[in-house]
Design a protein around this ligand. Structure first.
Ligand code: CU
Length: 116
């Protein structure tokens, strides 16, 4: 039983050492800035897009909206003629994103709330 005790003891010691190093690893990983902008917020906006006539039109709309500073993601739905945009409200707004689409020939209107 003495042997078992020693084995348990050394296992505990290595567990503590691993824990220490593991903990340090987590601390240094946490020190890294998070993905994307330093302090990024997110807001979603839905736009109704006009003039989309073929399956390639959404690509143009997506490209144009993605170019706007602060836009994090753009999802254009050709079937419903809408675009769902995730953006940082500190950097841009729905009007600027709509204008980007309008400027490339696809007038966009923010559809944040449902029409009665
Ligand atoms: Cu097209």
């Amino acid at each position: 039983m003495n042997l078992n005790k020693n084995t348990i003891k050394s296992a505990l010691i290595s567990a503590v050492i691993i824990g220490l190093f593991g903990g340090l690893g987590i601390v240094s990983a946490r020190a890294e800035p998070p993905v994307g902008h330093a302090k990024s917020q997110s807001q979603n906006a839905v736009f109704a897009i006009e003039n989309m006539t073929c399956a390639l039109c959404p690509v143009t709309v997506k490209k144009a909206m993605s170019k706007v500073d602060g836009v994090q993601s753009v999802k254009v739905d050709f079937e419903t003629k809408t675009a769902t945009v995730r953006f940082d409200p500190a950097q841009t707004n729905a009007a600027a994103i709509a204008a980007a689409s309008t400027n490339v020939g696809y007038p966009a209107k923010p559809a944040d709330t449902q029409d009665p």
